[in-house]
Design a protein. Structure first.
Length: 367
């Protein structure tokens, strides 16, 4: 890296004041990862995740200031969440074994909708399942736990930010009768957020613990794909009534789905069942059924592993269009044949999840 250009970048970043910290980006040690490749400059601005919204103008100001320097061709500045430093506990040995209190204790049953890989329709399934549960008479919450790629704002057609009565706790946004929360409500959709593992855990705990959910019968959590920090955090901090695994029929998707099943088994989370998404396609003109990705693989895997097969959801344009437009099928056309598939799945999930909740959690109150 050219030291001369590096020095000029640092000096210009000293002029970017951060009001909330009474200092500039450099003096507050917020800039990291500064690189320059033939004038293409990149750096990160480390923030607390709760500051994401207010720090976006700071990021833009820093980008514009560096871009104006001679010799700079392009600038990429990203906000990255860094866990705030905390003073070490006075009795580290005693605190190491302390258990944190469980979150979402006012929720009757918490359900994780997961998948072994992305692109299998997990989020679409979670949204329509939550709506079907709501239409069955339950008080339902829907939380987007995908920190890296939140999809709830688009799928639910929500473009507003959550309010706060006391400046500390957030109020979930209500849409179609669901109480919803997502990190996507609080950051611009085109703003890259680079999250380290500890901050994924911290952000999820804030979304769950600092949101005023009220009393709910069921919470549906749309998990990120795979098996990582988010899944472990939620399994450890929430008394999950169970997990639902979504997969397509292909062997590769099923292989990853089995990994997800095994992960929840290891952390002692009950498996409510497996859903096969994009199971088949019905021609709208002739009614012929085509198994584009084969069919029946998820049901076979469920039987072999001793889990319930919750149902097969077809590959249907109306389901995709509803998700893209912010008008999920179960909300926009609840009596359509495809919506009834989700209602059928919801009936099984409701019965099984509430049965588990009776043994381990608070009493469920149905309106």
């Amino acid at each position: 890296m050219s030291e001369k250009l590096e020095d000029r970048i640092i000096e210009i970043l000293r002029t970017i004041i951060v009001p909330s910290r009474n200092g500039d980006l450099i003096s507050e040690d917020m800039v990291s990862g500064l690189i320059n490749k033939n004038g293409n400059v990149g750096f990160s601005i480390e923030i607390n995740p709760t500051e994401a919204n207010e720090m976006e103008p700071i990021r833009k100001a820093a980008t514009d200031a560096v871009a104006a320097l001679e010799g700079v061709v392009s600038v990429t500045a990203v906000l990255t969440a860094e866990k705030p430093k905390q003073a070490p506990p006075s009795q580290p040995n005693a605190s190491r074994g302390a258990q944190k209190p469980k979150l979402l204790e006012n929720v009757g049953a918490v359900i994780a909708v997961a998948s072994g890989k992305g692109g299998v329709g997990k989020s679409t399934t979670a949204v329509n399942l939550a709506l079907a549960l709501k239409q069955s008479g339950l008080k339902v919450g829907l939380m987007d736990a995908d920190i890296y790629g939140p999809s709830l704002p688009m799928m639910m057609g929500i473009d507003e930010k959550p309010d706060s009565i006391d400046g500390k706790r957030l109020l979930p946004i209500e849409k179609y009768g669901l109480k919803c929360m997502s990190i996507g409500f609080m950051v611009p959709p085109d703003t890259p957020m680079i999250w380290r593992g500890p901050m994924v855990m911290g952000a999820l705990e804030q979304l769950m613990g600092d949101t005023d959910w009220g009393e709910l019968d069921i919470m549906v959590i749309d998990m990120p794909p795979g098996t990582g920090d988010a899944q472990l955090t939620i399994a450890q901090r929430v008394a999950l009534a169970g997990a639902i695994i979504v997969s397509t029929p292909q062997d590769l998707a099923l292989l990853d789905a089995v990994k997800g099943l095994n992960m929840f088994q290891k952390v002692e989370v009950p498996i409510l069942g497996i859903i096969e998404n994009m199971s088949y396609f019905l021609c709208p003109n002739c009614g012929e059924r085509s198994e584009i990705f084969t069919s029946g693989g998820a049901e076979k895997a469920a039987v072999e592993m001793g889990y319930d097969f919750l149902g097969a959801v077809p590959l249907e344009m109306a389901i995709r269009a509803g998700a893209d437009s912010g008008k999920p099928l179960v909300a926009s056309d609840p009596k359509s044949p495809y919506a009834l598939v989700y209602h059928s799945i919801a009936d099984i999930v409701k019965r099984n999840a509430l049965e588990i909740a009776k043994k381990t959690g608070p009493k469920i109150i149905i309106e």
